[in-house]
Design a binder for this molecule. Structure first.
Ligand code: ZN
Length: 393
C-alpha cells in the first residue's frame, strides 16, 4: 500500500547508502546490532552518523529518507551489503574467500582492475545448515533511525538470490532451494519490520533485469524465477507497508560493471509482475534511454527514476534534472512518478559534500517542475539564500 509516497506528487528520495563520515571508524564486525549498541563508542558513533545522514537529507529537502546504510562496515567496495545477512542469519558459518566466475556479471576479474579488489574482498561464510532470521535485527536498525526524524525512513535489504549466489552451499546443495530458504527467512524478518511500522521496505537488486538484459538465462536462474523469489520474499508486506523494488546496473566501488549500460527493455515485462508498489530504475547514467519503454510497460506501479548518477563526482544541475523529469512526465503520469538517485551514493566512493549537493540538486530540480505544475515546493534549507555567508562586494 502507498504510505510514504501517498499524497505527495513527485516525491523525492535517495536509494540508500551515503558516504561514511571519516570519523565513523567503529564497525559491527561479527557482532549483532543490539550487542554492538551496548558498546558506548559504537553507539555514539553509530547514532551520530545516522543523525548526520538524516540531517543532510532533511536540509536538502528530500521527502523520504534512509539511514545511509549506517549498519554496514567500512570495507572494500561496499562488501558488507552482501555479507551482512550471511554473517548473522542462522545456517551460515566460517569465512571463505569466494571467487566469482568472472564473466557472470560482466565484471572484469583480472588483477590490475579496481574491480579485482572487489572480488578479493568477497569473503563470505558457507551455508552449512537450515537458514533462519538469526540476528538480522532489521527492526531495531530501522527504529534507531526513524526515532531521529519525523520524515519516513525507508529500509532496504539485499535480496535472497544475491546472498545465495555468493556462498558455498553445503546444506541444500541446490541453488533454488537455498534461495527460497533465504527468501522465507527474509520474509519473516521483514514481516516483523512492517508490523513495527516501517513505512517503506526496499528490496535491493532482484536479479530480474540483469538476467533478462544480459541473456544469462538457464534452467536454474532466470527472470521468471527471480520474480517468484521477489514475490515470495515480500508476501504479505504490501497489506502493511509500501514495498519498493530497487534495480540498477551495479555500484561496486562506484564503478560501472558494463562497458555500455544495458537497456531495461528485455526485463520490463517481468518487472511489471513484481509484487511491489514502486519500482526504481537507473536512468541518469543512461541518459533516460528507457523512459518511453518503462512508461509503456510498467502499468500500475509507481516508477522511481534516477536523476543523479552515483558513478560521477559532477553534481547534476537542477535545470538538467528538471529536464529529465519533464521527459519522464511525457511517458509516466505525475501521480506515479518518484524522483530518486540511480543507486546508493556509495559509502566509500564520493565525498559527503558531493552526495549532499547531489541531493540538494534533486530537490531543486524537482521544485522547478513542481512550480511549473502548480504543486507545493519542498523547503530546501541547503539552498536558502538567506543563510549564505558570502558577502556582496
Ligand atoms: Zn543499486
Amino acid at each position: 500500500m502507498y504510505t510514504a509516497t501517498a499524497g505527495i506528487v513527485l516525491p523525492t528520495t535517495i536509494i540508500g547508502s551515503l558516504p561514511r563520515p571519516s570519523w565513523y571508524t567503529e564497525n559491527l564486525g561479527r557482532r549483532n546490532f543490539r550487542e554492538a549498541m551496548v558498546d558506548k563508542f559504537y553507539r555514539e558513533q553509530y547514532l551520530d552518523a545516522a543523525s548526520a545522514y538524516l540531517r543532510d537529507q532533511e536540509t536538502a529537502g528530500l521527502d523520504i529518507l534512509t539511514d545511509g546504510d549506517c549498519r554496514f562496515d567500512a570495507d572494500v567496495g561496499g562488501h558488507n551489503w552482501f555479507s551482512y545477512p550471511a554473517l548473522r542469519m542462522d545456517g551460515f558459518s566460517g569465512a571463505h574467500a569466494y571467487t566469482a566466475k568472472g564473466g557472470r556479471a560482466g565484471m572484469p576479474h583480472k588483477r590490475g582492475h579496481i574491480l579485482h579488489d572487489i572480488l578479493e574482498a568477497r569473503v563470505m561464510p558457507d551455508l552449512v545448515g537450515p537458514v533462519g532470521r538469526g540476528t538480522l535485527q532489521y527492526t531495531a536498525i530501522w527504529k534507531a533511525a526513524q526515532r531521529l526524524t519525523t520524515r519516513p525512513v525507508k529500509f532496504g535489504t539485499i535480496t535472497a538470490e544475491l546472498v545465495a549466489m555468493a556462498v558455498r552451499d553445503f546444506h541444500y546443495k541446490d541453488l533454488r532451494k537455498a534461495i527460497m530458504a533465504i527468501s522465507d527467512a527474509l520474509n519473516d524478518e521483514l514481516t516483523e519490520l512492517a508490523d513495527a511500522g516501517c513505512p517503506v521496505i526496499q528490496m535491493e537488486e532482484p536479479q530480474i533485469h540483469l538476467l533478462a538484459a544480459k541473456g544469462l538465462v538457464d534452467h536454474v536462474l532466470n527472470a521468471d524465477f527471480m520474480v517468484e523469489v521477489f514475490n515470495n520474499t515480500v508476501r504479505g508486506l504490501r497489506g502493511k507497508t509500501e514495498v519498493w523494488c530497487h534495480t540498477c546496473w551495479g555500484n561496486p566501488a562506484g564503478q560501472r560493471i558494463f562497458d555500455t549500460q544495458p537497456s531495461y527493455v528485455p526485463a520490463i515485462a517481468a518487472l511489471n509482475r513484481v509484487d511491489a508498489d514502486v519500482i526504481t530504475f537507473e536512468n541518469c547514467s543512461t541518459g533516460g534511454m528507457d523512459l518511453e519503454a518503462i512508461g509503456k510497460g510498467i502499468k500500475e506501479h509507481k516508477i522511481a527514476i534516477g536523476v543523479v548518477d552515483h558513478h560521477t563526482l559532477q553534481v547534476e544541475r537542477p535545470d538538467k534534472i528538471a529536464d529529465m523529469i519533464r521527459r519522464a512526465l511525457q511517458h509516466i503520469p505525475k501521480e506515479r512518478l518518484v524522483v530518486a538517485t540511480d543507486c546508493g551514493m556509495g559509502r566509500e566512493g564520493m565525498s559527503r559534500r558531493h552526495a549532499l549537493y547531489k541531493m540538494v540538486s534533486i530537490v531543486q530540480g524537482t521544485n522547478i517542475v513542481r512550480r511549473e505544475l502548480g504543486l507545493p515546493e519542498a523547503a530546501c534549507l541547503a539552498a536558502d539564500e538567506r543563510y549564505s555567508m558570502v558577502e556582496e562586494s
